[in-house]
Every structure is written in structure tokens, then in C-alpha cells.
Write a protein that binds this ligand. Structure first.
Ligand SMILES: NC(=O)c1ccc[n+]([C@@H]2O[C@H](COP(=O)([O-])OP(=O)(O)OC[C@H]3O[C@@H](n4cnc5c(N)ncnc54)[C@H](OP(=O)(O)O)[C@@H]3O)[C@@H](O)[C@H]2O)c1
Length: 284
């Protein structure tokens, strides 16, 4: 039995990790920010002593992509310094570390699926802080680590693109959605299952950087269309460009991560995102 310590359990991914009961051979202990603040060495040290984990899954993060442009100190503290402190503590206690990162480490200028070996080129504070977190793990001597990058993380609950679309769709107003950003919606529940399988059976996947994601890609417009279609919501939906919808932080135009290799190593199915969306809506 492997004890898995999950950080950031009140977040979108953290809460799904805590619900996951299908994985044999793991005991999951979850702590939220009040119980384990990843920016505090003392807090990390206390949690390590109390929980005695075999592996830590770091689901804690600063994810306010646009606000990060104004709050860079906070973004770097949580996304770069936090993982560095966790990595050092894990190395000291001989504990494995699974850390989550993002497609935003890439500039999005490629036109084929991004591989873990492709060169990062983060744009913006959030993106750069997440890349700094990856590098912190890489630089920690004596640590066994995995960085799993994911893109367009969403869920049938919480605050994400899908929930925003459902709320706006029910208002009856006409909607315009960007059609020139390409990626693949990836659901928190199956991602949590994959992470727990890795935590339980780390020998399946060599340590290093990996990409998780369903089969795709699509655009935000395509995702919105599918959300409305599958929920039976009739909306006047039209396309717009990223330039017509400016945001403080730049988004990659192309974000499709090659996720099949990682799923194959874990012997998990690599399914089209629309099939996963259907299944997630049925599960609720
Ligand atoms: N959401 C996406 O679209 C997306 C896309 C690609 C990659 N990712 C990555 O996927 C991972 C999970 O994302 P998510 O959507 O689950 O994020 P989330 O919902 O924002 O959850 C992150 C959690 O971490 C907590 N947290 C913040 N500072 C902390 C600290 N110092 N110590 C401990 N916990 C702290 C947050 O608490 P508060 O909310 O109270 O601050 C929140 O509960 C992150 O690494 C993210 O970068 C996300």
C-alpha cells in the first residue's frame, strides 16, 4: 500500500483526486492550503512528518492566468518556489513527487502535437512561473519526479470554460467564442485516475516530463458547440478571433499535447475528448 499525499485538495483537480476510489494499492491523504501551504517550509515539513507519504501529488497552484500579470510575486511563490520546496523536502525524505504543469509552457506556434521533448517558450507570468516550477524539480538532486503537463483542464462542476458556457447559454443571449485557439478539453476526473495509477505503479512510467490529454484537437468554439449540443441547449453561437477577445495574458494558439504515449504506458485508454465529455455528463 502506497500513501499518497495530495496538496491543494479544494481545487478542480485536487478534489477529483480525493474522490477517486477505484485505484487499488493507494491510501490517499489530502490537505488544503490551510493545512499544507506549499510556500511554507515549516508547513511542508509538518505535513511530511504527520502523513509519512510514499508519494506527493502536487495539485496546488496559482491558476489565475490573467491576474498573474499583476500578481507576479504570488504566482512565482506558488508555482515556482512551492514546487522547489516540495521537491527538496521529498528528496530529503526519499518520497516521489508528481507535479502538474501546463501547455502554457509552449508558445503555441507549432502545428503538430507538442511532445515533452519540444522546447518550452512560455509567454506571460503564469506560463513562466509554471515552467520555473518544472525546472525546480529537474534541478533537485536525489529526487524521483514526474511532471505531467495538461491543457484545457475542465470538469462538470466548479469554475471552468464548460461551466461558463452553460451559465451563459442558459441566459438566452447570443454568444461569440474564439475559433483560432486549438487544443483538447481534458477532464479532471480521468486525469486524476491516471495520476493515481502512476502514484500506485510508478515503475510503469520513467521519471521525467510527460503529457496527458484526450484525443483531439478542437477549438474553444468546437468545445462550446459540443457542450450545447450534448446538453440540449439552443444557443445562437458564432465564431470570433483571439484578437477580437483580448486578455491580459497571451494564450497559445496551438496547445494540443501528445497524450497517447503516457496513457499507453499506464495501460489507460486514449479516447476522443467528445466521448469523454459525453461520459462525464452522464456521470455528473
Ligand atoms: N485549470 C486549467 O485550465 C489548467 C490547464 C492546464 C494546467 N493546469 C494545471 O493543473 C493543475 C491543477 O489545476 P486546477 O484547475 O485544479 O487549479 P485550481 O482549481 O486553481 O486549484 C489549485 C488549488 O491550489 C490551492 N493553492 C493555492 N495556493 C496554495 C498554497 N500556497 N498551498 C497549497 N495550496 C494552494 C488553491 O487554493 P485557492 O484557490 O484558495 O488559492 C486551489 O485550491 C495546476 O498545476 C494547473 O497549473 C490547469
Amino acid at each position: 500500500m502506497r500513501t499518497v499525499l495530495v496538496t491543494g485538495v479544494k481545487g478542480q483537480l485536487g478534489s477529483r483526486l480525493m474522490e477517486n476510489v477505484s485505484q487499488d494499492n493507494v491510501r490517499i491523504v489530502g490537505l488544503d492550503k490551510d493545512e499544507l501551504d506549499i510556500t511554507s517550509p515549516q508547513s511542508i515539513s509538518d505535513a511530511m512528518k504527520t502523513c509519512e507519504p510514499d508519494v506527493v501529488i502536487n495539485a496546488a497552484a496559482y491558476t489565475a492566468v490573467d491576474r498573474a500579470e499583476e500578481e507576479s510575486d504570488r504566482a512565482y511563490a506558488i508555482n515556482a518556489e512551492g514546487p522547489r520546496l516540495l521537491a527538496e523536502s521529498c528528496a530529503r525524505h526519499d518520497v516521489d513527487l508528481i507535479h502538474i504543469s501546463t501547455d502554457y509552457v509552449f508558445d503555441g506556434e507549432q502545428d503538430r502535437p507538442y511532445l515533452p521533448s519540444d522546447a518550452p517558450n512560455p509567454k506571460g507570468v503564469y506560463a513562466d512561473s509554471k515552467r520555473a516550477g518544472e525546472l525546480a524539480l529537474e534541478a533537485t538532486a536525489g529526487l524521483r519526479w514526474w511532471v505531467i503537463r495538461v491543457a484545457w483542464l475542465c470538469d462538470t462542476r466548479g469554475q471552468n470554460f464548460m461551466q461558463t458556457m452553460l451559465r451563459l447559454g442558459q441566459s438566452g443571449k447570443a454568444l461569440r467564442v474564439v475559433h483560432d485557439q486549438h487544443g483538447v478539453p481534458t477532464f479532471a476526473r480521468p486525469f486524476a485516475e491516471a495520476l493515481l495509477k502512476l502514484a500506485a505503479q510508478p515503475e510503469r512510467v520513467p521519471a521525467g516530463i510527460w503529457h496527458y490529454g484526450h484525443q483531439g484537437p478542437t477549438t474553444w468554439f468546437g468545445f462550446a458547440q459540443a457542450i450545447f449540443e450534448l446538453n440540449g441547449i439552443d444557443v445562437e453561437l458564432s465564431q470570433c478571433t483571439t484578437a477580437e477577445y483580448p486578455t491580459p495574458a497571451k494564450r497559445p494558439a496551438y496547445s494540443y499535447l501528445e497524450g497517447k504515449t503516457f496513457s499507453d504506458l499506464l495501460q489507460l485508454p486514449h479516447v476522443n475528448w467528445k466521448e469523454v465529455l459525453k461520459r462525464e455528463l452522464e456521470l455528473g
